[in-house]
Design a binder for this molecule. Structure first.
Ligand code: C5P
Length: 399
């Protein structure tokens, strides 16, 4: 949401990773941003301006003095229009020029003239990156408030292994969203989110778990980050990539999640329990793998796990989820009352195409007055923002 209607100046410089900037431009455009691409001359040797023009639907700036071209912009126009400037990939050369304040091309001019925040994703050879002069330039720019994302470790174009790879596009997107949202309605708030389905071991290879994908919790963590919050994500194992700019605590069992949540809520303003926590676990965990036996049945004795939301209390707001298969609103209201919650988000797991594992969710948000707000079927990212709209309002009232 934080990207929609924003003007993003995307600087692309002369690295082999320039082709990855096309994916970044595409994702930013799809998220509703107006993407103005500026390419350095070297960048045009790797990717054509037409690539970016086709993706963004906008003219691409390559030369400062191209007055005859169909698209010419005044040299500081983009600097003034930008909500954020993102340079990805950024070469050692561009970083050095920016650190020195050189404005001999359109990108240099724009960065020197803009008051918008600048995010830089470096990409270069490991020795160039580790060279003292590059490190000094990075330090200079960091001290001036520029945000750096990466570089990552891995195989570099020159064949070397080391630091210097452009980080994944999703990580750059995460950094852009975080920087754009830092003055949002959850600025200075600490939000703890749980996600995923816990795993209760049966033996060294088997466990009891559920089909939770973690998508709702991860969407909440990212949405809170994009509204300025400091976010701790306590996550059970799931296939999703770790969100950028969020403190991630990995756990497996309900007991581990309980311990991690107790620790994370110190100084928290909000706890959102989106995790699907196992209610029962095996009483004993076999040390060796349980073998197939003659008997046709096998019983596992189960015991209750700690009710995290029921037991973790404090001055922070507590938001629970209720995945129900019947009497949705009545059951959720009862849970809200039993656990003394500030908000409960209920979803009917029998509705096809939503809830567990899906990308969309249809939920009812219920507050302690019993009032139920039924939302339409929405992508989980939007559901997350609608929940956080309510959380932000409650926090403002509390203050
Ligand atoms: O009672 P039920 O399991 O449906 O409650 C759902 C809510 O309680 C969810 O927010 C879930 O994360 C939380 N929960 C918990 N500890 C458990 C079970 C559920 O915190 N052991």
């Amino acid at each position: 949401m934080v990207l929609s209607d924003k003007t993003i100046v995307l600087g692309v410089t002369g690295s082999i990773a320039a082709y990855k900037a096309a994916d970044l431009a595409s994702k930013l455009t799809q998220a509703g941003a107006k993407v103005e691409v500026i390419m350095t001359e070297a960048a045009t040797e790797f990717v054509t301006p037409l690539t970016f023009r086709s993706i963004t639907g906008r003219p691409v700036v390559t030369k400062m003095f191209e007055l005859a071209s169909e698209y010419s912009v005044e040299h500081v126009a983009l600097a003034e229009a930008a909500d954020i400037v993102v340079i990805a990939p950024a070469t050692a050369n561009t970083i050095a020029k920016l650190a020195a304040g050189i404005a001999d091309d359109m990108l240099g001019c724009t960065v020197l003239a803009t008051e918008a925040p600048v995010v830089i994703a470096p990409a270069m050879n490991v020795n160039m990156y580790q060279n003292k002069v590059t490190q000094e330039n990075l330090d200079k720019l960091k001290a001036r408030g520029f945000t750096f994302v990466g570089p990552g470790y891995g195989r570099l174009a020159c064949g070397d292994m080391g630091l210097g790879r452009l980080v994944d596009v999703d990580e750059i997107l995460g950094a852009v969203c975080q920087v754009l949202g830092r003055k949002g309605d959850l600025a200075d708030k600490r939000v703890v989110v749980t996600a995923g389905g816990t795993q209760e071991p049966v033996d060294p290879v088997r466990c009891l778990t559920n089909r939770s994908s973690g998508k709702m919790g991860y969407a909440l963590a990212e949405a809170a980050r994009d509204r300025g919050a400091e976010v701790v994500l306590v996550t059970a194992p799931c296939a999703l990539g770790k969100p950028y700019g969020v403190e991630v605590v990995d756990v497996a069992t309900a007991e581990e999640m309980y311990g991690a949540v107790k620790k994370a809520v110190a100084k928290a303003d909000v706890l959102v329990m989106a995790a699907a926590v196992a209610d029962y676990r095996p009483v004993t965990v076999s040390k060796s793998k349980i073998k197939r036996q003659q008997a046709v049945s096998l019983s596992l004795e189960l015991e209750r796990t700690p009710d995290i939301l029921g037991q973790v209390k404090g001055k922070f707001l507590r938001v629970g989820f209720a995945a129900e298969s019947d009497n949705l609103v009545a059951n959720a209201r009862q849970k809200l009352k039993d656990k003394h919650l500030d908000l409960i988000v209920a979803n009917d797991i029998t509705t096809p195409g939503c809830g567990i594992g899906a990308d969309a969710n249809q939920v009812v948000i219920i507050d302690p007055s019993g009032k139920a707000e039924k939302l339409p079927l929405l992508p989980k990212k939007e559901v997350a923002d609608r929940i956080l709209d309510r959380v932000a309002k409650m926090l403002a009232k509390k203050r």
